[in-house]
Design a protein around this ligand. Structure first.
Ligand code: FES
Length: 317
């Protein structure tokens, strides 16, 4: 379940710092330098870019300067272009609209033991969690895998922690094997993973026998195709409007074209901005946010990517 989104606000990009090869830290502050709403480990912000794109990036720290949000962004040549635009065009001093923070990846701070697993730039929320657990004095271990040492962020700080185990594919000659990490963790451990798709698939396979409430994961790209089969009606309970959803369109697209103002951001089921309460009907969930039990309960749905299995879906809008 996501936390309540905040309205986007104007913030100034106040610093860009090198973190690793192709990865920079971007720091944002309010123009008057005022304190920001407190953030939790695992939370992300939406960056509204001047080219019309909107992208989500995890916060690097929840316990640092309360007047700044800091995110780590890797220039990813295989991405949809947001990180390339940021690296090539953003300059210190620029004003940008920043939404959030929102948290789809909350940390259970009082777990008996916590196992944190990160791959590549997926380290940002995981490092944020490690710093919080370190501050609280809670037992945890951190496993961080990168292709190459030069690509590893926060290395200096991590090397000072006995809890941190670093893995470099190029040196080991193989990817990090998550099975022994999961098998050797104390009973009752909570697991968190953020990284590239092959790592997340390996993580889900390694943890599949564990109770789902102990297994936490954050995806940054869609795993499933959006539901665009259409052929159902969406009724908005509060306004009384009805919309037929045709084949090839999502609920979000049809509502926006019909003049309904609904929040959204990623449009691929990974950020939680479009989460909408369901009054009745059977959603066809395609997002990466709701847990299995939340999907079954269907109290909410992500209308950017999920559709309907029932001929009529009533939303609390
Ligand atoms: Fe991001 Fe729907 S807009 S989950």
């Amino acid at each position: 379940m996501t936390t309540t989104p905040q309205t986007p606000v104007d913030m100034r990009l106040t610093a860009i710092r090198f973190a690793a090869q192709d990865t920079n830290l971007y720091e944002f502050r309010l123009p008057d330098g005022a304190a920001l709403p407190p953030v939790e480990p695992g939370a992300h912000i939406d960056i509204h870019l001047p080219n019309g794109m909107m992208r989500q990036y995890s916060l690097v720290t929840a316990d640092g300067d309360p007047t700044a949000y800091v995110v780590g962004i890797k220039r990813d040549r295989t991405s949809r272009g947001g990180s390339i635009f940021i690296h090539d065009n953003l300059r210190v001093g620029q004003m940008l609209k920043i939404g959030g923070p929102r948290n789809n990846f909350p940390l259970k701070e009082d777990a008996a033991h916590t196992v944190l697993i990160a791959g590549g730039i997926g380290v940002t929320p995981i490092w944020c969690m490690a710093q919080r657990l370190q501050k609280l004095g809670r037992p945890y271990e951190l496993h961080y895998a990168c292709r190459d040492r030069s690509e590893a962020a926060f290395m200096e700080e991590m090397q000072r922690l006995t809890q941190a185990k670093l893995h470099f594919d190029a040196e080991a000659g193989s990817f990090l094997d998550l099975r022994p990490i999961v098998a050797n963790a104390p009973a009752g451990s909570h697991f968190y993973c953020c990284g590239p798709l092959p790592m997340l698939e390996g993580y889900e396979a390694a943890t599949k026998a564990l109770p789902p409430e102990q297994v936490h994961v954050e995806y940054f790209t869609a795993r499933e195709e959006a539901a665009t089969e259409g052929g159902y009606v969406v009724e908005l309970r509060r306004s009384g409007q009805e919309f037929a959803i045709p084949e090839g369109r999502t609920i979000l697209q049809v509502l926006r074209e019909g003049g309904v103002d609904v929040p959204y951001s990623c449009e691929e089921g990974v950020c939680g901005a479009c989460e909408t309460a369901v009054v009745s009907g059977q959603p066809d969930h395609r997002d990466n946010i709701l847990t299995e039990s939340e999907r079954k309960a269907s109290k909410t749905m992500m209308i950017c990517c999920s559709g309907s299995k029932s001929p009529r879906l009533v939303l609390d809008l």
